[in-house]
Design a protein around this ligand. Structure first.
Ligand code: ADP
Ligand code: TZD
Ligand code: MG
Length: 574
């Protein structure tokens, strides 16, 4: 029987769709496979329906961790990670992750249900009433609200493009409760959806900017290349490796830039950081900003003025702190490819004086560190524990390392060599605590690889409840809590009252027991050997595991490596 054209059918005869289905269809059309979130009004049914439609819906215990999971999923895949929350308080819980994603240039979309416009705008006291769009706007790259079912296609498309094009970042998408139930003709609804074509188009640098960079690099006597997390994000791994190996220039990876080339690469200057920052004359930044992590490009660590070549997709990043002699604006893959075309054998080789000096310093520092990493001190110290975890990553270079804390972060970053790109995930630009378990969940789900989390005991506490999530989804995550009884140390004393010092926790806590409560494996490790065998067992079995590594409470230093950032009272008693 010939089918009757849709427009000839009466309203009641036509097939209908609604907001719920259109949002799911729009996400699926654009390749969204996973949503990270926490259920509640008005999104509970939406999550159920998304799951029924084959989208993986990962439920967390707190929205901040779902948001962090979405953010790092975006970083790992170059597609926006999706976080779904309820209105006002759930939205606010997710907002920290959205702001952090934007700060770190990770693409994600925070989708929150919200109250009705009419009631919110007249402030008439709706359930969880809040003008979420206005609050999100200054904290993310873009924010949109969809009021009508027929706009869902456009709204989702705009959110995706805003998150991943140019400098990636966080996008907020506001979905008022009424939208979900709005009904429209199914055929018209399907036709209104947009599959985003080329969401992050290549951005080709101008030939002049490439020429300028090449000639500056050629004049350099002591060149240096710095690789930031933008370089990891770009996935231009082959081009970056070719640039570095063809020129022979020493490279310094930023924290999450570690592993683009192995830290053990002959040209890696990680172990000679102070020397290369101070002594270099021309520095090429690839996907790294001259922010506080690089002393804003000036002052003592830099030993005077440098000439910078800066490769970045964001034009306004140039000259943000110091003069950029050769800005190269474009996507890293296109920029590095263009540079490579102008580099021939030996055309940009640094002097052997320079590379020899870097190598000598690096070898000396590595040799100095070696015995400390092999120590078997009781109680265990950071170096003894990190010495064995360094071996774990060497033996399992595919594993993803999640890392947060102060001493636990700074020492692990320096000690643990990374061998492959995008394997090190950490506190990023803000040095924020709380990314740990959210990052673990998404790293395991998005990559299918085993995850090793190295967590300060304070850092772990920010997202610790999500170990239930890790157990519930049976993820191959091994968490090592560096338990030194507090923030930086467990030895502070409050001399005024019986209250504990505010940097300390319950001494000798057993975080491993928390894991057992949810059916995971818990281990208490007091020596490097016990730690190594417990981590190996966890990585072999893939079972959710938490190892409580008992670290000497006196071992850490205030604020790890950045104690100099603490303000000092001139009046403080000595
Ligand atoms: P790090 O903390 O590792 O030093 P930052 O987060 O400071 O790195 O810098 C990352 C930079 O990378 C940002 O300025 C961002 O605009 C840039 N970036 C991100 N993705 C790309 C890309 N695909 N191409 C070019 N630049 C990029
Ligand atoms: N809150 C948030 C969200 N981020 C922060 N960075 C801090 C507070 C302050 N902070 C740090 O910068 S590190 C840290 C805090 C609370 C914890 C350090 O203790 P730890 O690590 O146990 O995790 P170590 O190994 O004891 O130094
Ligand atoms: Mg601690």
């Amino acid at each position: 029987m010939a089918s009757v054209p849709a427009e000839k059918l009466s309203e009641s005869q036509r097939e209908q769709t609604d907001g719920f289905n259109l949002i799911i269809d729009a996400l699926k059309l654009n390749g969204v496979k996973t949503i990270y979130g926490v259920p509640g009004i008005p999104i509970t049914d939406f999550g159920r329906m998304a799951q029924a439609e084959g989208i993986r819906v990962i439920a967390f215990r707190h929205e901040q961790h779902a948001g962090n999971a979405a953010a790092i999923a975006g970083y790992l895949t170059k597609k926006p990670g999706i976080c779904l929350t309820v209105s006002a308080p759930g939205f606010l819980n997710g907002l920290t992750a959205l702001a952090n994603a934007t700060t770190n240039c990770f693409p994600m979309i925070l989708i929150s249900g919200s109250s009705e416009r009419e009631i919110v705008d007249l402030q008439q006291g709706d359930y969880e009433e809040m003008d979420q769009l206005a609050i999100a706007k200054p904290l993310c790259k873009a924010a949109f609200r969809i009021l009508h079912a027929e706009d869902i296609g456009v709204g989702v498309a705009r959110a995706i493009r805003a998150a991943v094009s140019g400098r990636p970042g966080g996008v907020y998408l506001d979905l008022p409760a009424k939208l979900f139930g709005q009904v429209m003709d199914a055929a018209e609804g399907a036709a209104s959806l947009i599959k985003v074509i080329d969401p992050a188009p290549a951005q080709i640098p101008s030939p002049e900017s490439v020429e300028r960079a090449l000639s500056l690099l050629q004049k350099a006597e002591r060149p240096l290349i710095i690789l930031g997390k933008g370089a990891s994000y770009s996935q231009a791994d082959d081009e970056i490796r070719a640039l570095i190996e063809k020129t022979g220039i020493p490279f310094l990876p930023m924290s999450m830039g570690k592993g683009i080339l192995p830290d053990t690469h002959a040209q890696c200057a990680g172990a000679a950081r102070s020397l290369v920052l101070k002594e270099s004359d021309v520095v090429m930044l690839i996907g790294a900003r001259l922010n506080w992590l690089l002393s804003q490009g000036k002052g003592k660590p830099w030993g005077g003025r440098k000439q910078f070549i800066h490769i970045d997709i964001e034009p306004t990043e140039m000259d943000s702190n110091v003069e950029i002699a050769a800005p190269v604006v474009g996507d890293i893959g296109s920029c590095v490819s263009a540079l490579l075309e102008g580099i021939t054998e030996d055309s940009h080789k640094p002097s052997s004086e320079w590379t020899d000096a870097v190598k000598a310093k690096k070898d000396a520092n590595i040799a100095k560190m070696a015995p400390r990493l092999a120590n078997d001190n009781h109680p265990m110290d950071f170096h003894g524990a990190l010495g064995v975890l360094r071996t774990v990553i060497k033996e399992r270079p595919d594993a993803i390392l999640v890392n947060e804390g102060a001493n636990t972060l700074d020492l692990a970053r320096g000690i643990i060599d990374m061998y492959k790109p995008r394997k090190r995930l950490d506190v990023g630009t803000w040095g924020v605590m709380g990314i740990g378990m959210g990052f673990c969940v998404a790293a395991a789900i998005e990559t299918g690889k085993p995850v090793l989390a190295i967590e300060g005991d304070s850092a772990f506490g920010f997202s610790g409840m999500e170990i239930e999530t890790i157990c519930r989804y049976n993820l191959p995550v091994c968490i090592v809590v560096f338990n030194n009884g507090g923030i930086y140390r467990g030895t502070d004393v409050n001399e005024r009252s019986s209250d504990p010092a505010w940097t300390t926790f319950v001494a000798d806590s057993r975080y491993d027991k928390m894991m057992e409560a949810f059916g995971g494996v818990g281990v208490h490790a007091t020596t490097p050997a016990e730690l190594k065998s417990a981590v190996d067992a966890a990585m072999d079995s893939g079972k959710p595991t938490l190892i409580n590594a008992a670290i000497n409470p006196a071992a850490g230093s205030e604020s790890g490596r950045i104690g100099n950032l603490n303000p000092q009272s001139k009046l403080q008693k000595k």
